[in-house]
Write a protein that binds this ligand. Structure first.
Ligand code: GLU
Length: 312
């Protein structure tokens, strides 16, 4: 089997297994599956919710005001609790974790984007498990991603991942609300996110998490446009992560709209740079133009103007 780069998103409803506090038994179970995937050579990134909830739990469930300030306070308390727990659970499987807190500006600011990518690549090189959450403590509305489904999609695009697995409290996207409509059928594959699919989105999901089906479809839209497939699965089903990686028919699969390579090329040509240039020799021209190879430093004769790391 080809090894993959996979972004796994665990929502609050999965981490709590439907209760009001973190369900450690279920979190161990997820970590066991993650360790198995890592052992098979897959590069895993975990996007986790649950900081606000963990903060609320740690402070003894005070009355909730549901203001931004309260959310940030609970996240500040809970993020460290959450990471402490993940660190311990991962250690059972001899995995070391790395905390990565991001906000929207980390994806729009090119330098931060590249720095984040370097950090993730470093994690993979060292066999670490990066654990991502939104940096809720600083993420005021203007700069926040807002929900972790969308955050997982942005991370997957940044990493040029093969797929995103969104673990939810329902098994996927249905033709109608499965809670109320017995006729509702699971949609196993979505080739294109059109008007009909958006119409199935409905409202927000469970009371503890941020996302509902809408944010999941939004995430699928972001990922698939960039060549990354996305799967929605029931995060409480046995062996769900292992099956989602090996089986083609689990949950709802949103097909990538374009090839990853194509996405990368589009991204490269979408940026033009008329301020700087590299003068390269005939050998390098031949290698780049006719042999699909990369540029090596030895082929560079001169460098003109100024440019930054990662610039086109
Ligand atoms: N970042 C939030 C938290 O850790 C969760 C956001 C979400 O569930 O989408 O509590």
């Amino acid at each position: 089997m080809k090894t993959q780069r996979i972004v796994i998103k665990l929502g609050t409803s999965v981490l709590t297994a439907g209760q009001d506090k973190l369900n450690k038994a279920h979190m161990i179970e997820m970590m066991r599956q993650i360790s198995q995937l890592m052992q098979s050579g897959h590069e895993i990134t975990l996007v986790t919710s649950g900081a606000v909830l963990a903060g609320w739990e740690h402070l003894g469930f005070p009355d909730r005001k549901r203001t931004l300030a309260e959310k940030q306070l609970l996240a500040a308390v809970g993020q460290s609790q959450l990471m402490h727990l993940y660190t311990q659970l991962a250690a059972i499987y001899e995995i070391k974790v790395a905390q990565t807190l991001l906000t929207r500006s980390d994806f729009s600011d090119r330098r931060r984007y590249l720095n984040a990518r370097t950090t993730f690549e470093g994690c993979f090189e060292h066999g670490l498990l990066p654990i991502v959450n939104e940096n809720d403590v600083v993420a005021i509305e203007e700069i926040q991603v807002g929900d972790n489904d969308t955050l997982a999609a942005h991370v997957a695009v940044l990493l040029e991942a093969d797929q995103v697995i969104i673990c939810s409290d329902i098994p996927g996207l249905y033709t109608a609300a499965p809670q109320t409509n017995p006729e509702a059928k699971l949609i196993s594959e979505v080739a294109q996110i059109n008007e009909d699919i958006w119409n199935l989105a409905g409202g927000a999901g469970s009371k503890l998490g941020t996302g509902g089906m809408r944010t999941k479809i939004q995430a699928a839209d972001i990922a698939t446009r960039a060549g990354v497939g996305l799967r929605i699965v029931d995060g409480r089903a046995p062996n769900v992560l292992l099956e989602a990686t090996s089986k083609a028919s689990l949950g709802t699969w949103f097909q990538p709209r374009i090839q990853k390579l194509e996405a990368r090329k589009r991204w490269i040509i979408s940026e033009t740079n008329q301020k700087a240039a590299l003068i390269i020799d005939a050998g390098a021209i031949n290698a780049l133009r006719y042999q699909g190879k990369s540029l090596l430093a030895v082929g560079i004769i001169a460098s003109q103007g100024e440019y930054e790391r990662g610039q086109t």
